[in-house]
Structure formats: structure tokens, C-alpha cells
Design a protein around this ligand. Structure first.
Ligand code: C2E
Ligand code: MG
Ligand code: MG
Ligand code: MG
Length: 290
């Protein structure tokens, strides 16, 4: 409604901004219908340990828009957060991930795999959040230890007491937590100490130029060392090349995720991938001790 705004705003209110606002309004409308219309799916990106074994995956949301095709999360998560739709969408993501986790738990060879689910600060702030996670675990009969929740440093801006309390409640059930995109947000080391975290994820912006930028190298090394000193694991994200992987391995990074190992895959392709990469079955004698 540019006509109610002042003259300056009217002058700077370019047609391109108008178009962007209209697209956002349209996407928000479409997003409102997307859950009921079954337009979401989860893709899964494998995570490898130090020895190259696949130990889990991150669940990444995909929206199959009826006319625009696949829309990347960065193009709609923000809209979903501002409109509050992220809470229903997030509940669906948790249900879907817990359903797959329960399915994998019943398949020998896949039973130990973990799934990481992204949780937005807005979603965590909801009073129903802990209940939503528990419901997803219980209705699917999912082992809670296999569910990892990825939080970003923005949860610390909102309400630290509330964040710590909710994380604690879920952690006592066995759920684990990772701090996503570490180093890009507002982390204070004092808060880091108070959160019941299992791992830090090194943001891929530090991994991209690891071989050529001494500052990125220094940051990656420091995060791995800091995590180790705090008793936490580290997952490097956005590992695209063998050189990046080898350098991170030299620094002692315990886990990796990125195109070097595998792109995010639809569920069926992901299950095929992990079945093909699972370690050979143990010899009968060793199996009897498990
Ligand atoms: P993220 O949690 O940091 O996820 C990692 C992103 O890096 C993913 O982008 C993934 O596809 C991409 N990626 C993985 N390996 C590589 C690599 O080697 N090179 C490069 N260049 N990129 C790589 P994606 O799937 O587009 O997701 C973007 C962000 O959207 C995620 O960042 C996360 O913050 C958010 N997101 C995704 N799914 C969900 C969800 O279910 N709920 C919420 N709240 N946020 C989500
Ligand atoms: Mg993530
Ligand atoms: Mg990340
Ligand atoms: Mg990211």
C-alpha cells in the first residue's frame, strides 16, 4: 500500500521491490496450503565419521511447488518463520524423520544410523515444542538416541533460560543436540558452556576456502580444538573435495558432511546409498557379543 507511505518511500519503491513483495505474499499463501497438499519431502545427506563410515544423515526439507518446481529451503524457511507456519511444518519434519528412524532401527545394518533435524529458533520458542518432539518419538516408536536436533546460535538471542530448559528435558530422554553453522552467529562462549550440546557443526563458509585462506584454516582448527576441549564432537559441513577432507582429518575433525561424500538424496536413494556403503556384516563370533 505505497499510497499511504511518505514521498521518499514512494520514490524508492521500485517495481522490482513490488514484484518481490508480491512473490513473497504469493509464496506465503501457497505455503499455507503446502502441508495439506503433501508438497513437502525430506531429502537426506549422509554424514561420515573419521574412518569414512556413514554414521547418519541430515534431513533437509524440500518443497515441491505445483507450478514453480522445487523451492530451496532458504527461499521459504524465512517466510515460514515470520508467518509462524514453521511450527506446523517443523512438526511434520519431526514426524517424518522419526518415522524413517524407526524404520531404519528395524533394519540390521542401518539400526545405528542417526538423523539430524533442523529446528528454527521460532519453533524451539513455541511452548508445544518439547511435546511435539516427544509425540513424534512415541507415535513412531523411535529410539530417542538416534534423533539429533540442529539448532543455530540464534536460539541464544531469544531466551536462554527457556532454551536450556527445553534442551535439558529432551536430552534427559536421550535426544542429542548440535549447534549448526557454528561461527556465523552470536555465540558467546559462556552460553556455549551451559547448553547440553553433543557437537558443533563448522559452517561451510569456513570449509570452502580452507586450503587457501589462512584465516579460515585457523578458524576451523580452533573450532575443532574448542569442541574437543568442551567434550564435544565436530561435524564439518560443505566438504566438497578430497583436499578439504584430508586437511580437516589432519586437524582431527571427527565427522564430515558434504558433496565429497554425497549430495542430499530422496529417501529411497538415500537408503540404497547407505545399504551399499554399510560395513560388511560382523563375523558370527563377534555378532554373538552384540
Ligand atoms: P544447513 O542446516 O546448514 O544445511 C546444510 C546446507 O548445505 C543444505 O542446504 C545442504 O544441501 C547444503 N550442502 C551440503 N553439502 C554441501 C556442499 O558440499 N557444498 C555446498 N555448497 N552446499 C552443501 P539446503 O538443503 O538448501 O538447506 C539450507 C538451509 O535451510 C539449511 O542449512 C537449514 O538451515 C535450512 N533447513 C533445511 N531444512 C530445514 C528444516 O526442515 N527446518 C528448518 N527449520 N530449516 C531447514
Ligand atoms: Mg543443518
Ligand atoms: Mg549448517
Ligand atoms: Mg547453513
Amino acid at each position: 500500500e505505497a499510497k499511504t507511505a511518505g514521498g521518499d518511500l514512494a520514490k524508492t519503491f521500485q517495481p522490482s521491490m513490488q514484484a518481490a513483495l508480491e512473490r513473497r505474499a504469493r509464496l506465503e499463501d501457497d505455503l499455507r496450503r503446502a502441508l495439506a497438499a503433501n508438497q513437502f519431502e525430506l531429502h537426506y545427506q549422509p554424514q561420515a565419521d573419521f574412518a569414512g563410515r556413514i554414521v547418519g544423515a541430515e534431513a533437509l526439507l524440500r518443497w515441491r511447488h505445483p507450478t514453480d518446481g522445487f523451492i530451496a529451503p532458504l527461499d521459504f524457511i524465512g517466510i515460514a518463520e515470520r508467518s509462524g507456519l514453521i511450527c506446523d511444518i517443523g512438526a511434520w519434519v519431526l514426524q517424518e524423520a522419526c518415522r524413517l528412524l524407526a524404520q531404519m532401527a528395524r533394519e540390521p545394518g542401518l539400526a545405528d544410523l542417526t538423523l539430524s533435524v533442523n529446528v528454527s529458533a521460532r519453533q524451539l520458542a513455541e511452548p508445544e515444542f518439547v511435546g511435539q518432539v516427544l509425540q513424534a518419538l512415541v507415535t513412531n516408536d523411535t529410539p530417542p538416541q538416534r534423533l539429533h536436533l540442529e539448532l543455530t546460535e540464534s536460539v541464544l538471542v531469544a531466551n536462554v533460560e527457556d532454551t536450556v530448559a527445553k534442551m535439558g528435558a529432551l536430552q534427559r530422554m536421550g535426544v542429542r543436540f548440535q549447534l549448526d553453522d557454528f561461527g556465523t552467529g552470536y555465540s558467546s562462549l559462556a552460553y556455549l558452556k551451559r547448553l547440553p550440546l553433543d557437537a558443533l557443526k563448522i559452517d561451510r563458509s569456513f570449509v570452502a576456502d580452507l586450503l587457501h585462506d589462512p584465516n579460515d584454516f585457523a578458524i576451523a582448527r580452533s573450532v575443532i580444538t574448542l569442541a574437543g576441549s568442551l567434550g564435544l564432537s565436530t561435524v564439518a559441513e560443505g566438504v566438497e573435495t578430497r583436499e578439504q577432507h584430508d586437511l580437516l582429518a589432519q586437524l582431527g575433525c571427527p565427522a564430515y558432511q558434504g558433496y565429497y561424500f554425497c549430495r542430499p538424496l530422496p529417501q529411497a536413494a538415500f537408503l540404497d546409498f547407505v545399504r551399499a556403503h554399510q560395513t560388511p556384516p560382523p563375523v558370527p563370533d563377534a555378532a554373538s557379543h552384540r
